[in-house]
Write a protein that binds this ligand. Sequence first.
Ligand code: SF4
Ligand code: SF4
Length: 330
Amino acid sequence: MLHRNADGAPCALVSNIQRYTIHDGPGVRTELFFTGCTLRCLWCSNPETLRPEVQLGAYPDKCLSLEKCGRCLKVCPEKGAPLQFGDGGIIKAVRENDTCRTCLRCAGECPSRAIRQWGEWMTVDEMLKAVEQDRSFYRRTGGGVTLSGGEVLLQWEAAALLLEACKKAGIHTCVETALNVPTAHMEAVYAFTDLVITDIKHMDTQKHREFTGAGNERILENIRRAVELGKKLVIRTPVVPGYNGDEENIRAIGAFIRDALKGKIVQYQLLPYRRLGLEKYDALGIPYPMGDYQPPERGEWEREITRLVQMLSTEYGIPAAAGSGGKLQL
Ligand code: SF4
Ligand code: SF4
């Protein structure tokens, strides 16, 4: 449902705005990360976007200590009950104990950003203003705006309004989505979307469910529909050795792109797994789902990805690439 602020203006809950990104669409882009997600991928590097709510993150090494500071406790209407402290200072900002009112006074008062707010309600106009700030970069590089997450299409109404406003302002639009959403929501946003970036994480739906929390049927159906609608599509696989990086899976994805999609995509990108976002898991007090998992040595794994890309190009005739940094033929 479309969220509105007290003045009736449509809003979205956004965890972060990243400027000057170059990996999610052509040129230099401004990327907005919407919160809430329908998947729980084991290798997710944006845990702050999973829950559709404002969250608190704690960074113990930044805390000045209760003795020297203690401002968060003084302003907390719950007398600091949601905050946990150790000898050196803050350890955790607990949201699960139901005492936190999410008033965010602690984060606002903290002088060293040891408590950080993740997620902010922004009106469509505020988001548009943030996007328009970088217009000169878009002009020079062929860039634009990318809406990402989390799953941006959970807030599809606000996303559609923002994308429509961007199109009216002459800004290139890109949506990065897992597509595990109702087809109607996807179609409502596509009317204002120049490029779609999505993932196929595994062709075996059981394994897809094991690694992401949901089967792949709806995702594959939505990808087929996107191609039917003539959308420009980049498909990615975050390649995680031991999970989905085997040749059999990559071949199955290659066959799907060649046969079910008739190869009508802009690019198929194989992205090497990187152990990212660990500090955010720590700050939110969530264990990293991959535990101590370490991929093979980087050079060895990158050589394997290069081999898979060549195989996809020569045997399946699809535009495959290693990584997300290459030029897109739009
Ligand atoms: S958000 Fe408000 S209620 Fe929650 S811990 Fe911070 S100050 Fe206390
Ligand atoms: S306000 Fe910040 S620096 Fe001060 S005690 Fe609280 S968490 Fe630590």
